[in-house]
Each structure stands twice: as structure tokens, then as C-alpha cells.
Design a protein around this ligand. Structure first.
Ligand code: AMP
Ligand code: ZN
Ligand code: FE
Ligand code: FE
Length: 288
């Protein structure tokens, strides 16, 4: 079996490992391919141009969008988007501005609770990547306001917790449209995290082509359910570890959750049928 992990985060967003480190880890574990799916950025792929030129691991360009539908958070993965697509770039700039503004608001809310974290302290941990709540959680731990990332989410910044601030409205339909516009392959990420599958038919209608059936948060029953739904709606079955770093859980690492290479082949086949060239599908392009 040639195994692929189609969902990992790097330091370009809120992961702990740099893209090059992740490639090393993936090679150690004998993976055939890994998809880099950072939140709201494809910059992680840029760093890999030289490091992976002659390496046996296939790198799949990806991105993950957080969207909101009736107050529910729905994540969408996009594979093989063209990072130079203007509409994609505009969406990413807008999302970056929103993330920054939201972090400012969360820091202010924390201050009102006598939890003193400066925006600059959070920005230092971001190191040029895309800012997210895990960065804030790390600073809260560093400063002794909590002892684990999980605790930071449960006490302060998780959904509906006192310092939680919503992101600007961005619908699943908008994310799917921008992925398609950029020539990418849209996949619904970890549907099992939401406890609600009623919106899946409308996402199929909006253009998702794959379903992330295998994910660390999916138990055997959800896997069976989502395999059935993928068959029903003719969606490519995908999966991955959603690895962010050891803090995601001690037993989780890149490659802990994988799918067979045939899933990746099905994605590529579908894109080829839409006219995407072999070069776009087999190598990380220069200039990301
Ligand atoms: P953001 O993009 O800023 O909304 O942050 C979302 C990220 O925070 C997710 O991708 C997870 O990595 C992380 N996250 C969300 N909820 C939790 C939680 N309860 N415990 C730990 N990490 C979480
Ligand atoms: Zn994340
Ligand atoms: Fe996600
Ligand atoms: Fe993710």
C-alpha cells in the first residue's frame, strides 16, 4: 500500500513544524505523499521548492478554509489551487485582515478578564505565518494562565467561551467557489466534528467533490456513515491526520491517519478531466 496523509498544518499557519521538517517526518514514516493544508495560506509550499526537488515524497498543494453556516463552523479543504489566482489572493488577504482584527478583539476581551496578553506577544509566536487561536493558546500557557492548549480553549478562547470572537462571515459556498475558481478540488473536512450532516447535500450542490472520511476525531461509526454518504453522492474519499504538532495529542503525528494513494489519484484524475496539466499535478510549482 502506498499511503498518503492529505491534511497537515505547518508553521505557515498554526502548526509547530516547518514544511521542511514535516517532509522529513513524512519520509521517515514512509509516506508516498503529503498534502500541506494550512489555514488561509499556501505559503508553506513556497519554502519547499528547493528542499524537495529530488525527494521521493510527493507534495500536494492544499489549503483549509474555515467557513460559517448558521453559526456552525464548517471547514473546507482545497487541493491543487493555483496560488496566483487573483480571486484566491483577494480572499486570503481579506481573511488575514480579519484574523488580525479578531486577535486584537480576543486580547482585549482577555484584558477585561484580567488576563494580560499583548497582541505583540502573540504576533511573535506567529513568525510570519497566519495568526490563529492556537498561537494565542500557546502564549496563555507560556504566561502561566493555563497549563495546556486544551485548557486555554476550554477556559477562554474555545467556541462560546468568554474570550471567543467570531470570524467575519465567510460561507461554505464562497469557499467552494474560490477553490473552484483557482482550479482546485474542494473537499469537506472532518464532517464528524459538527454533529450535523444535514447541510452535506447543499455542499454537494455547491460543488464539493470529496469527503474527508478518515480523521483522528472520527470513530468507527462515523467512518462507516461517511463512507456511505461519499458513495451516495459520488465523492472521493479522503483522509489525513490534521497534524499541528505534538500538542494535538501525544499519540497523533503526521501519517497517523492516512488513505491509500488511489484517493489522491482520484483527485488528480478528476482535475485532469477538467483540463489541468500533468505539471500542475505532479510538482510543487515555483513562485508560490
Ligand atoms: P482559528 O483558525 O483561529 O479559529 O483556530 C482554529 C484552530 O484551533 C483549529 O484548527 C484547531 O487546531 C484549534 N482548536 C480549535 N478548537 C480547539 C480545542 N478545543 N482544543 C485545541 N485546539 C483547538
Ligand atoms: Zn489549525
Ligand atoms: Fe479543520
Ligand atoms: Fe486542519
Amino acid at each position: 500500500m502506498r499511503l498518503v496523509d492529505l491534511h497537515v498544518h505547518t508553521t505557515a499557519s498554526d502548526g509547530l513544524y516547518s514544511p521542511a521538517q514535516l517532509v522529513g517526518e513524512a519520509l521517515k514514516r514512509g509516506l508516498a505523499a503529503v498534502a500541506i493544508t494550512d489555514h488561509d495560506t499556501m505559503k508553506g509550499l513556497q519554502e519547499l521548492d528547493s528542499t524537495t526537488a529530488n525527494c521521493s515524497l510527493e507534495i500536494v498543494p492544499g489549503i483549509e478554509f474555515s467557513t460559517f453556516y448558521q453559526k456552525k463552523e464548517i471547514h473546507l479543504l482545497g487541493y491543487y489551487c493555483d496560488p496566483e489566482n487573483l480571486q484566491l489572493q483577494e480572499t486570503l488577504s481579506k481573511n488575514h485582515r480579519d484574523r488580525h482584527l479578531r486577535m486584537e478583539k480576543m486580547v482585549n476581551k482577555l484584558k477585561e478578564m484580567d488576563v494580560f496578553v499583548e497582541l505583540d506577544e502573540v504576533l511573535t509566536t506567529v513568525k510570519g505565518g497566519v495568526i490563529g487561536r492556537p498561537h494565542l493558546a500557546a502564549v496563555l500557557c507560556q504566561k502561566g494562565y493555563c497549563s495546556t492548549v486544551e485548557e486555554a480553549f476550554n477556559s477562554y478562547i474555545g467556541y462560546n467561551r468568554p474570550a471567543y470572537v467570531e470570524r467575519a462571515p465567510f460561507s461554505p459556498g464562497e469557499a467552494i467557489a474560490v477553490i473552484k475558481e483557482a482550479g482546485g478540488f474542494p473537499v469537506l473536512a472532518h464532517p464528524g466534528l459538527g454533529n450535523d450532516d444535514t447541510y452535506i447535500p447543499s455542499l454537494v450542490h455547491a460543488g464539493i467533490k470529496g469527503l474527508e472520511v478518515y480523521h483522528p476525531e472520527h470513530d468507527a461509526a462515523s467512518i462507516t456513515k461517511y463512507l456511505r454518504l461519499a458513495r451516495e453522492y459520488d465523492l472521493v474519499v479522503t483522509g489525513g491526520s490534521d497534524f499541528h504538532g505534538e500538542h494535538s495529542g501525544p499519540s497523533l503525528h503526521i501519517g497517523t491517519v492516512t488513505v491509500d494513494y488511489s484517493s489522491l489519484e482520484a483527485i488528480k484524475k478528476s482535475l485532469r478531466l477538467q483540463g489541468k496539466g500533468a505539471n500542475d499535478l505532479n510538482i510543487v510549482k515555483k513562485g508560490f
